[in-house]
Write a protein that binds this ligand. Structure first.
Ligand code: AMP
Length: 225
């Protein structure tokens, strides 16, 4: 029973560890539009050693934000690609008010209406616990939890056999830094989206499946009333 979603332009918003990547991947598979994660794009650039990657590596590892001009240009390039024509799910962008305003202008250029921002909400203690237990497959980028996934650092990815590793920026000290950056630079973006009337708040606790169910229910025609 697939509920009909009324929008194909969706943005996931919330602090690190809230489940944006997991939910964006699930929704992307369900809706059939690409998942665009700025964190994944930056990590690929780092792995490939591109000029962007060399600039971004230290910033990411320290838990800071990559400068707005770089991020806006990166997202502009991606959203203009043919793959994004039928819709997209953005994850990790915008992270500052200037990025949010640049995105509004970009969406207008692309003639996109009906854009929805899903805010995922989880308390801070749980975020720290989740990030401390998070493992990522080096090969396909899938996300697992040591708490619930039956895996450890170095285990093979249950899906593709790649190695599961902890992200450099998921170490506890960097996590605390990223949460501070979120509260200072990123949280104000919520008020902006609230004022635009595009914000949908979803409780991010519970299993990935229950949260996914709630997101699709809220984004379906029935709940759009
Ligand atoms: P994420 O995978 O979304 O947690 O992103 C990992 C890191 O990439 C962040 O901590 C930032 O250093 C950088 N990054 C990703 N997206 C952005 C963005 N929109 N603006 C600035 N930095 C970003």
């Amino acid at each position: 029973m697939t509920e009909e979603l009324t929008t194909r332009h969706i943005l996931f918003f919330g602090p690190p560890g809230v489940g944006k990547g997991t939910q964006a991947k699930m929704l992307s598979a369900r809706v059939g539009v690409p998942h665009i994660s700025t964190g994944d794009i930056l990590r690929s650039a780092v792995a490939e050693g591109t000029p962007l990657g060399s600039r971004a590596k230290e910033i990411i590892d320290a838990g800071h934000l990559v400068p707005d001009d770089i991020m806006v240009e990166l997202v502009r390039d991606v959203l203009w690609k043919p793959e994004a024509k039928s819709g997209f799910i953005l994850d990790g962008f915008p992270r500052t008010l200037p990025q949010a305003k640049a995105l509004t202008a970009l969406l207008a250029d692309l003639h996109i209406n009906g854009f929805v921002v899903v805010e995922l909400d989880v308390d801070e203690e749980e975020l720290i616990r989740r990030l401390g237990n998070r493992l990522v497959c080096e090969n396909d980028g899938r996300i697992y939890s040591m708490e619930t996934g039956g895996v450890d650092g170095g285990s093979p990815c249950p899906d593709c056999g790649g190695r599961l590793v902890q992200r450099e920026d998921d170490r506890e000290e960097t996590v605390r830094k990223r949460l501070r950056v979120y509260h200072q630079a990123t949280a104000p973006v919520l008020e902006y989206y609230q004022s635009l009337g595009v914000l949908v708040r979803v409780d991010g606790r519970g299993t990935a499946e229950t949260v996914h169910g709630e997101i699709t229910r809220r984004l379906s025609g029935e709940a759009a009333r």
